[in-house]
Design a protein around this ligand. Sequence first.
Ligand SMILES: NC(=O)c1ccc[n+]([C@@H]2O[C@H](COP(=O)([O-])OP(=O)(O)OC[C@H]3O[C@@H](n4cnc5c(N)ncnc54)[C@H](O)[C@@H]3O)[C@@H](O)[C@H]2O)c1
Length: 437
Amino acid sequence: MRNITIIGAGYVGLVTGVGLAEFGNKVICVDIDKDKISQLKSGLIPIYEPGLEEIIKRNVKSERLYFSDDISLSIQKSQVIIIAVGTPQTSEGDANMEYVNSVVRAINKNLKDYKIICTKSTVPIGTGGRIIKTLSNDFEEGIDFDYVSNPEFLREGSAVKDFLWPDRIIIGTTSDKAYEIMCDIYKPLYINKNPIKHTTVETAEMIKYASNSFLALKISYINEIANLCETVGADIHDVASAMGQDGRISDKFLHPGPGFGGSCFPKDLESLIAISKEKNIPMETLSAAKKANINQKAKMGTKLENLINASLKGKKIAVLGLSFKANTDDVRESSSIDMIEFILSKGGIVSAYDPIANVSMLKLFKNISYFDNVYDAIKGADALVVMTEWNEFRALDLPRIKNIMKNAFILDTRNIINMSELSKLGFVYDNIGRIKI
Ligand SMILES: NC(=O)c1ccc[n+]([C@@H]2O[C@H](COP(=O)([O-])OP(=O)(O)OC[C@H]3O[C@@H](n4cnc5c(N)ncnc54)[C@H](O)[C@@H]3O)[C@@H](O)[C@H]2O)c1
């Protein structure tokens, strides 16, 4: 059992905190957002993530998980300090390091005995080296620390499961002592099988960027193949499933859609592009993946206009799904944002529905209507657009929808609605790369 402080109680910090508590450690999750911490202390979970509430409550009850807004005290109480604050994109495309830097300053002030400083935030390659330098320069004589890069690979929507049963854990450090302590905090995983990989700090930082950028690239690739399918009469569903049967390719991330979003892929791809430019090592594949994604998001608006074959001015469009993927309330970089902006820019009216993410989207768009029920959002609509692959949208009552819509146009950007049923009911529909029935 180790005493651990996680700094930053967002999607990654909270899940990491409760996961490490579940592994038997004593964990304090700290955040500068006092409201967030008081919510957590009173048992309210500030984000939606399947299974999170239950596991947090269990670990709080077992006195393994605590919440605090006192960063200094929490650092002093713990041997392992994990940085999990945000690293959003700057307007230049590189990662904004202001939150990480401010945490490093806080750590610096509170180092009184040996600590492991571990970065879980996704940070540009070379960040670890800079943190080591900063801390070493200011370090009081006789106090020791080790640095670890431990990037996180959890996926929003299945974050708890991903953390508790990871494919791999990367521990980037040059210190044997730190490596052993880090293995210890992940001990239950270590006992069953060994998903732990020991690397240098820079290699660990690179693994994270290389992995996310590869997945982004794979999505952009299948989206472009889907677009081509539409013009050559091929069906992306069959193409992707046959491609996926090839073990070298795998069937993961071969689902075409409205372009990738979320808090990771767009910014990590952008950040790796910025690093490659800075190092003067052009990475054309990454720039192409980014451009393809921008095009894909824009293409969804064009598809909608082509589908209804009329101006969107004054038309009521039901947008189903606001989060960037199913099972999360996160709308960061969601393709729904582009779709809503497009409809509004053309003078259309948006009625939006998401089972979880209405509240998050309301912060970005105050001028659209939000509904608590999918059928209320659809009622009287001129067209319906499915933007997120929520299970609920796979089982829509299509005859009912046909009755309540003004015009029977459906754009399914996730390919989740049964085409033969749509066609039987007389809908005019479009999707991504399918042969229409
Ligand atoms: N969200 C994901 O799916 C995911 C997956 C893997 C890695 N990551 C990476 O993990 C990092 C965190 O991402 P996230 O989605 O959890 O971010 P987030 O925005 O949900 O959470 C960040 C938290 O840090 C807090 N914070 C900011 N500055 C602070 C400070 N000085 N002291 C204490 N708390 C502070 C914020 O208040 C916020 O609660 C990012 O680098 C991200 O790229 C995210």
